[in-house]
Design a protein around this ligand. Structure first.
Ligand code: PAF
Length: 304
């Protein structure tokens, strides 16, 4: 989340094939997907808020490999933003997204308006309850996950995918969506994909465009602190508080950076742990100027 609207747009890029369709109308999209299923096609789905980057493209690439029909949704979902967050200035560039989607082999883009998804009189929400949504991001952004699960449930009902792909950068979001999918018996396989990083290590995010060059430099301390934690664990440290202290120590070297949380949690339950092991994920959220960034590291995994 960024609290300001100072967006730095990257250069746009061009594309290849012509068979891609963009559909905004819900009924048309639903019918198109139901027809594909009836014809025996499998559907891979990548839900996004647009302003695509290489992280999204890695999801599309994997979806392309795994199914007959590749569907991308682009929808900046108002219900997952709290008042004062960056809904109005969230970066948007549909033409650029369309070009990137075409190049990635997307068959259908679902591009609805907010009024279509939440028409007048809309009153139904899907919420995962308990610690999975009240800790970490949920503690900082009280209504965020309810907005995410509501829109993802709606998108699943519209697109009817066999599988849906999400990035592990939003580690808690992936856990919450997996919980919702299991609890509601939705016939969708949820696939979590590795974090994609810039060459200098910064985790890819549409919000990185908010960062000034100086802030971007400071933001590198997120990945640096996670790499440091990995070395501390490799050297034999198992006490979570010692590992977390080393991360905080690295982060506070950047004077303009404000830590929201740094936690060691069990990768499945997201319960906090006091001893770290291969099942542990370190999660952090930091504010750099007006921009809020998150990152994480599964200890079982090499830091990329
Ligand atoms: O991760 C995102 O971009 C969004 O939270 C999602 C899953 C598309 C729901 O709006």
């Amino acid at each position: 989340m960024a609290l300001g609207c100072d967006v730095r747009l990257p250069r746009s890029s061009s594309h290849a094939t012509d068979s891609m369709e963009t559909i905004s109308d819900i009924k048309t999209m639903q019918d198109r997907c139901l027809q594909a299923r009836a014809a025996g096609q499998t559907i891979a789905f990548v839900p996004t808020m647009g302003f695509l980057h290489d992280g999204h493209l890695s999801l599309l690439q994997e979806g392309r490999k795994r199914a007959d029909l590749l569907v991308l949704s682009i929808f900046v979902n108002p219900t997952q933003f709290a008042p004062g967050e960056d809904l109005d200035c969230y970066p948007r560039d549909f033409e650029r997204d369309e070009a990137l989607a075409r190049k990635a082999g997307v068959d259908l883009i679902f591009y609805p308006t907010a009024e279509m998804i939440y028409p007048s009189g809309y009153a139904t929400y899907v919420a995962v309850e308990g610690p999975l949504t009240t800790t970490l991001e949920g503690a900082c952004r009280a209504t965020h996950f309810r907005g995410v699960t509501t829109v993802v449930a709606k998108l699943f009902l519209i697109v009817q995918p066999h599988l849906a792909l999400f990035g592990r950068k939003d580690f808690q979001q992936l856990a919450v969506i997996s919980r919702m999918t299991t609890d509601l018996n939705l016939p969708v396989k949820i696939i979590g994909m590795p974090i994609v990083r810039e060459a200098d290590g910064l985790a890819m995010s549409s919000r990185n465009v908010y960062l000034s060059p100086k802030e971007r430099q400071q933001a590198l301390s997120l990945v640096a602190s996670l790499r440091q934690a990995r070395s501390v664990v490799r050297a034999g440290e198992t006490e979570a508080k010692t590992v977390l202290a080393s991360i905080r120590q690295r982060l506070v070297q950047e004077s303009e950076l404000v830590i929201d949380y740094v936690k060691a949690c069990h990768a499945q339950t997201l319960d906090e742990v006091s001893t770290v092991d291969a099942e542990t994920v370190i999660l952090l959220a930091v504010r750099v100027g007006k921009t809020r960034l998150i990152d994480n590291q599964l200890l079982a995994e090499e830091v990329n």
